[in-house]
Unconditional design. Structure first.
Length: 236
């Protein structure tokens, strides 16, 4: 299974080590946020890896909503609990990390699941700077360049079909709503197969500690991110 290198399963629980989470972020998602670096003492497992593991273990439903409720540190033991139409990922001491709602038919087709996961997380990993920086410029705001904080809040999608061996994803709309020092970015996307529309979805990010837009400061953050990416690629 394509996710085997990025987690360990033991006695019904899942564990994601810092090297495993970092490898997924860099190699699959193209995400070079330092919080996913294996050597970062504040390492956090990528939310997109939790999303992928839920689909692989529990199946893909026509309609799904994922809400990220807590950060997952290195080697935390996780339970994936299914209850009716819901799924919860929580630590073994009961701390929830991810809540999932789903409805409609469910497929366990790993070919479609892998295609959707790979395309979605690659799309998701490009959020900064490609999508978020233009949004912040338009609204005249920016995150703190010294302590950038963008939180993956939730994602949802609805599929018209569950028989697509190769799914593609493309950005369809962007919006940033600013409320004081807090912003909520909504990224709408469409899903296609062989060029035909097969679904739609949206990802929501929360931007904290917003301040007035300063072109040089934001460009400095973009350049630092480019440096993290170059270093990450060199280590892959």
């Amino acid at each position: 299974m394509f996710l085997d290198p990025f987690h360990a399963a033991e006695e019904g629980t899942l564990r994601i080590s810092a090297p495993q989470g970092s490898a997924f972020a860099k190699e699959v998602a193209g995400d070079f946020n330092p919080i996913h670096d294996a050597t970062n003492p504040r390492f956090c497992a990528p939310g997109d890896l939790l999303f992928a593991l839920v689909l692989a273990r529990c199946g893909l439903a026509r309609r799904m909503t994922f809400r990220f409720t807590g950060m997952v540190g290195a080697d935390a033991a996780l339970n994936v609990i299914q209850s009716g139409a819901g799924i919860v990922v929580e630590t073994t001491d009961g701390k929830p990390c991810l809540e999932v709602e789903r409805s409609g038919p469910v497929t366990g087709d790993l070919v479609m699941i892998e295609s959707l996961v790979r395309r979605y997380v690659a799309f998701s990993g490009r959020n900064f700077p490609h999508i978020l920086v233009p949004l912040m410029e338009q609204q005249g705001v920016m995150i703190n360049p010294d302590r950038p904080l963008v939180i993956y809040d939730r994602m949802s999608f609805e599929l018209d079909r569950l028989d697509c061996p190769d799914v593609d994803i493309a950005l369809e709309s962007t919006e940033l709503e600013v409320k004081g020092k807090r912003g909520e970015a909504r990224l709408g996307f469409r899903l296609t197969a062989a060029g035909e529309p097969v679904g739609r979805g949206a990802k929501t990010l929360v931007l904290s500690s917003l301040r007035a837009y300063e072109p040089e400061a934001l460009q400095g953050l973009v350049e630092r991110y480019a440096g993290w990416k170059a270093a990450g690629l060199a280590g892959v």
